[in-house]
Design a protein around this ligand. Structure first.
Ligand SMILES: *Cc1c(COP(=O)(O)O)cnc(C)c1O
Length: 430
């Protein structure tokens, strides 16, 4: 046996074979090798622990490797791991659809399963375009918000705001009319725009209350309700993308719970399974569902994925939902919301901080750079490394620092994060 063979680290092996998401592989630091997750913490090969205050890209609700979800998925794995969902069904899918629909606005009556947030959006867009097609109406335009983010597949990119993310594909994206997010001043103007376009527009897609990937930009529920009301009056279908805002993030179960108007379609993923398994859901009204019922086979929604309604993912969603609805989790969400709002007061006074914003468990602010916007990305990376050194995972979006913690984070852990934010703000050199 050759005892002098150098052990190759996980990082080196990773670099040799893996291509990471949203990563410039030429300049990126080596990926941190994680071997274990427990509650709010992730542990690397050296035993160093990291406080995951971004819920691993906004998905983890109850902490990592939650024993209850693990137990339920394990039992399901030994019972039925997968079955084709065309022509077949199973208890976890039926049970989860029943449970979810009870919690959504009563406009939501049917559930379509897919694999992630982007596919949930694709399904929603196809439902709206084919709704018009099946009714023999020529409506192919789509309304969306500037700065929107709805995913990375082609349809989802088309309805996302134009940026350097979508630039290489711009000529291949379909026609979308982008409007401003609503505020007290521009509502009348938005109403006018919607009136003029109404005849050609199939649907309006939006992230309710928070535009996450754009930098946690927030706008008011009453203004969105107004805008939704204009769409309703003009017969424009509404797709509410709750992929990020769903399952307690905003302090209520869904952003829908802040609104007086009801959407026609809703999209879910991220927190849907508590962050344990990939799954997406598109729900819709019976009005939409009924437009696909026909003796004519061409009116079928010809869409599906190999793993549609995977029983393990549905079971994870069932278990996560049970945990979410417990008093304990609801109290945790309220506690985080309250603690955030206290911190917001102190934070707002800091000279390097502007535009502090919060809804529920989501807290964000802009880091004042004094430099031009071209520095934002550099600053984001520097801040990311500063936090990482202190054992905190934060992924600033440019110069926007935000917290989206799992609900199991304790008051002490939150205070630890707040304290580190202040220290970094106090000592940061551009
Ligand atoms: C993350 C996100 C998506 C895309 O979800 P993926 O699972 O990453 O494809 C869609 N919409 C919103 C609002 C999101 O935040």
């Amino acid at each position: 046996m050759n005892t002098i063979t150098k052990e190759i680290s996980l990082q080196e092996r990773d670099k040799a074979v893996n291509w990471h998401p949203y990563t410039q592989m030429k300049t990126a630091d080596d990926a941190i090798p994680i071997v274990k997750g427990k509650g709010i913490y992730l542990y690397d090969t050296e035993g160093k622990k990291y406080l995951d205050v971004v819920s691993s890209w906004w998905v983890t609700l109850h902490g990592h490797s939650h024993p209850y979800i693990a137990q339920r998925v394990f039992e399901q794995l030994n019972t039925l791991e997968q079955v084709i969902f065309a022509g077949f069904t199973h208890e976890p899918a039926v049970q989860f659809s029943e449970n979810l629909l009870k919690l959504l606005p009563d406009s939501q009556e049917k559930v379509f399963y897919s694999d992630n947030g982007s596919t949930a959006v694709e399904v929603a867009l196809k439902m709206c375009i084919q709704y018009a097609y099946n009714k023999e109406k020529k409506k192919t335009k789509i309304l969306a918000f500037k700065n929107a983010y709805h995913g990375d597949t082609f349809g989802a990119m088309s309805v996302s705001g134009k940026s350097f993310w979508t630039k290489p594909f711009e000529s291949m994206l379909f026609e979308v009319v982008f409007i401003d997010t609503p505020n007290a001043e521009n509502l009348e103007n938005l109403q006018q725009q919607i009136k003029e376009l109404a005849g050609e527009v199939a649907c309006f897609i939006y992230e309710p209350l928070v535009q996450g990937a754009a930098g946690m930009l927030m706008y008011k529920a009453e203004d969105l309700s107004q805008l939704m009301n204009f769409c309703r009056e003009e017969g424009i279908l509404m797709i509410q993308d709750e992929v990020f805002t769903g399952f307690g993030r905003t302090g209520k179960l869904f952003a829908a719970d802040y609104l007086t108007e009801k959407p026609d379609i809703m999209c879910f993923s991220k927190g849907l399974t508590g962050g344990t398994m990939p799954m997406g859901i598109t729900t819709c009204s019976n009005d939409i569902y009924d437009a696909f019922l026909s003796e004519d086979r061409y009116k079928t929604l010809f869409h599906g994925h190999s793993f549609t309604a995977n029983p393990l993912a549905c079971t994870a969603a069932l278990a996560s939902m049970e945990l979410l609805l417990t008093n304990e989790t609801q109290m945790n969400i309220n506690r985080i919301t309250h603690q955030h709002s206290e911190f917001v007061k102190a934070l707002a006074l800091h000279p390097r901080v502007e535009k502090v914003r919060q809804i529920g468990t989501i807290l964000a602010f802009d880091f004042k750079t004094g430099n031009g916007t071209s520095y934002f990305n550099e600053i984001g990376k520097k801040l990311y490394n500063e936090f990482l050194q202190r054992g905190i995972i934060m992924r600033p979006l440019g110069n926007v620092i935000y917290l989206v913690p799992p609900y199991c984070i304790t008051s002490e852990e939150l205070d630890f994060v707040y304290q580190n934010i202040i220290e970094i703000l106090d000592t940061f050199r551009d």
